[in-house]
Design a protein around this ligand. Structure first.
Ligand SMILES: Nc1ncnc2c1ncn2[C@@H]1O[C@H](COP(=O)(O)OP(=O)(O)OP(=O)(O)O)[C@@H](O)[C@H]1O
Ligand SMILES: [Mg+2]
Length: 259
């Protein structure tokens, strides 16, 4: 089926600070790729480059064969990209359902003028999307919260709402930034099942996560970043056994102790 996301030689600098250096990797279609590395390695920055929130200094980013580097997030949604954020940024005074519906703009026919005129096809499309949003909330155990204001929900539930918002965009490529962070252990198993079921819908997934249990259970391959550079790439078990990775996480002493 070919590559869904190809990142080549991406560099990202803020002033004199190099955040990403010559990062290259490929996420194959319908696979789950893990992106791991210590705090500050550049994982979220890399997601921000792919999703158009940051503009890399140089390099190439292609989604399903189309160069997208420099495209704004709204354009990327039309290329099939959706993401969740490490720190979910919901509209706190809006309801959960309204927050999920924010993911639907890229799917409504016409543009803002037509939407505000409320033509019949707009009204029909809105109704269908609203029903889908309710189904998504239901399948994530959140139907009860549809009319609850976002600021009344816990951080863990915000992550679920954000995932529903991303899925309502009907993505082909989904970026998940630390979906398990803040979740109690008992809910991580459920999250693993949820992500597996998303992959079965022919969606390519790249997941950033510190929870190595989740990474081992879910990913086909992992890319390890450290100080903005790709350290290695392989299976989750290869990464966990790699002395370079152990050193990056735990320091050189840990590698010497293990030897
Ligand atoms: N907008 C920015 N301006 C300046 N520096 C930034 C900016 N965004 C990220 N950085 C820097 O880039 C580096 C990588 O940060 P990033 O958030 O990408 O790491 P991360 O791998 O996601 O870490 P964590 O696991 O803690 O989430 C950090 O040193 C951070 O301070
Ligand atoms: Mg991060």
């Amino acid at each position: 089926m070919g590559a869904q996301l190809v990142v080549e030689d991406v560099n990202l600098h803020f002033g004199g600070v190099k955040v990403l250096e010559e990062v290259s990797f490929t996420a194959e279609a319908d696979q789950i790729l893990g992106l791991v590395g210590p705090n500050g390695a550049g994982k979220t920055s890399l997601f921000n480059c792919v999703s158009g929130h940051y503009r890399p200094s140089s390099g190439s980013i292609a989604i399903a064969g189309t160069e997208v580097l420099g495209s704004p997030p709204a354009t990327l949604a039309r290329h099939g990209l959706a993401r969740t954020f490490q720190h979910p940024a919901l509209q706190l005074h809006a309801t959960v359902l309204e927050n999920v519906l924010l993911g639907a703009h890229s799917r409504l026919p016409g543009g803002p003028v037509e939407w505000s005129l409320r033509w019949p096809r707009t009204v029909r499309a809105e109704k269908a999307v609203r029903e889908e949003a309710m189904e998504l909330l239901d399948s994530h155990g959140l139907a009860w919260a549809a009319s609850v204001r976002a600021d009344e929900l816990s951080h863990g539930l915000h992550k679920g709402v954000e995932l529903c918002r991303a899925l309502l965009m009907k993505p082909r490529l989904l970026l998940l930034d630390e979906p398990a962070a803040g979740l109690p252990h008992s809910e991580v198993e459920q999250l693993i099942e949820t992500v597996r079921s998303i992959r079965e819908r022919d969606i390519t997934i790249v997941v950033v996560e510190h929870n190595m249990g989740l990474i081992s259970a879910l990913t086909d391959r992992v890319v390890v970043l450290d100080h903005g550079r790709k350290l290695m790439e392989g299976s989750a078990s290869e990464a966990q056994a790699d002395p370079r990775v152990i050193e990056a996480y735990l320091g050189k002493d840990a590698v010497d102790d293990a030897a």
